[in-house]
Design a protein around this ligand. Structure first.
Ligand SMILES: [Zn+2]
Ligand SMILES: [Zn+2]
Ligand SMILES: [Zn+2]
Ligand SMILES: [Zn+2]
Length: 418
């Protein structure tokens, strides 16, 4: 498993099982910070100069591939909480607009080497699956009152030092035997996402993050399960820890409406440049590529004066190198997102400072609309759609008393209500 922002280039394409050479398994534990390698960025706002790591989704090879002790990169399904105990709670887990618990979109393992406290570092993105909430969220973003903005998209940052109460300080072996040091907080029986601090009074076994998930579960299946569970609990006489889930198995989730689960692999964007030229024969170099560029140039000319279309064309041109990318990662001081449209962008100065330390935030990654295709989003009126979702995180990746720090996320939508 390779980390974003870490030793990605080496960790890349080493699948977990094929990896018989133990030296290669260290990728997430021994990261090279992209920041340091490319610190001498010029003043130019040229996106091309910043090395971008692309994220792609694939089905998990093993059931254990997505367990938290492997520090995975995930999309869909349920999160693998890095700090499994001190999860976000209260209103922060809800869509502020409809007050339903948010749904897990993805998580990135992106450790930073410049300090001990970021030895492990994971970013978690959640959103409300309702498009009408996202449209209202967009509306809220434009209010420019950062403290009171209602959000349907949220991102959390969690980090841990190498020596911590939850994981061994040694790198995982990726062979199915890795275990965390202990159980995490019990999770919601319905969504498997958020802390289940409400217990079903019938069976005293099922747990819920919210009233809403309890009543959903009750209606769908728990009404009958509850009776059976009650009998089991009474005969065994023991309280069930962590919903009965062992340390090497996945938490069982009753909800069928979560997005399809993937693991994310990462590839340096520049590899797509070299692959193209290697495939060409020396006699006729880069002909197909040049044709594409000419097409693009004439399109650009046609669109002169139409900023949105021009930006869209250069966006498309860049993305076409690897059309299945679902994520673009680039955490270096000069990094900027690749915007699909001119309107609905946020500038760095408009990004609110870190709530925890007051320091500036920088761009870290963006989620591409392709992810929706893999999630199987329907082309219906109410179905979710976005142009890009851009995440800005504390430049210092500061430490604070809470385990999950909410960072700033900006959603650029195709359809905007103004
Ligand atoms: Zn909502
Ligand atoms: Zn729940
Ligand atoms: Zn029950
Ligand atoms: Zn901060």
């Amino acid at each position: 498993m390779s980390s974003f922002n870490g030793d990605v280039f080496k960790g890349l394409r080493i699948t977990q099982l094929d990896d018989s050479d133990d030296d290669n398994v260290e990728a997430p534990m021994d990261p090279i910070n992209v920041d340091e390698q490319f610190d001498d960025d010029d003043e130019e706002d040229d996106e091309d100069s910043e090395p971008v790591i692309l994220g792609f989704v694939e089905s998990p090879k093993f059931e254990w591939s997505s367990l938290r002790q492997l520090f995975p990169n995930l999309a869909g399904g349920v999160p693998a909480w890095l700090d499994p105990v001190n999860l976000p709670t209260g209103k922060s887990i809800l869509c502020d607009l409809c007050e339903e618990p948010l749904q897990f979109v993805l998580q990135l393992y992106a450790p930073l080497t410049d300090k001990e406290s970021t030895f492990h570092r994971t970013l978690f993105l959640f959103m409300c699956p309702s498009m009408s909430c996202l449209l209202r969220d967009q509306h809220e973003q434009w209010k420019r009152a950062p403290e009171k903005v209602m959000r349907s998209v949220k991102v959390f940052r969690c980090q841990l030092p190498r020596v911590n109460p939850f994981y061994s300080s040694e790198a995982p072996k990726h062979d199915g035997t890795d275990k965390p040091l202990g159980h995490g907080a019990p999770l919601c029986s319905w969504c498997g996402t958020w802390k289940g601090d409400k217990v079903c009074s019938g069976c005293k076994n099922a747990r819920y993050c919210s009233q809403k998930h309890q009543s959903l579960h009750w209606r769908v299946s728990h009404k009958t399960e509850c009776q059976q569970l009650r009998a089991v609990t009474e005969s065994s006489g023991s309280g069930v820890v962590d919903n009965g889930v062992s340390l090497t198995q996945k938490h069982k989730v009753a909800s069928k409406s979560l997005w399809k689960e993937f693991v994310m692999i990462n590839v340096d964007e520049s590899e797509y440049d070299t692959e193209m030229s290697e495939d060409d024969e020396a006699a006729k170099p880069l002909v197909p590529v040049r044709e594409v560029n000419d097409d693009m140039k004439s399109l650009m000319k046609e669109y002169e004066g139409d900023a949105d279309k021009q930006i869209w064309v250069s966006f498309q041109q860049r993305v076409d190198k690897a059309p299945e990318q679902v994520l673009r990662y680039c955490r270096s001081s000069g990094a900027k997102p690749l915007w699909p449209m001119a309107s609905g962008r946020v500038s760095k100065s408009e990004v609110p400072n870190c709530k925890s330390c007051g320091g500036p935030r920088c761009f870290e990654f963006q989620v591409m609309p392709q992810l929706l295709y893999f999630f199987g989003a329907q082309n219906e009126r109410e179905s979710l759609d976005w142009a890009t979702i851009v995440v800005y995180t504390c430049e210092n990746s500061c430490d604070s008393s809470v385990s999950y720090n909410e960072e700033f996320v900006w959603a650029q939508l195709y359809s905007q209500t103004t």
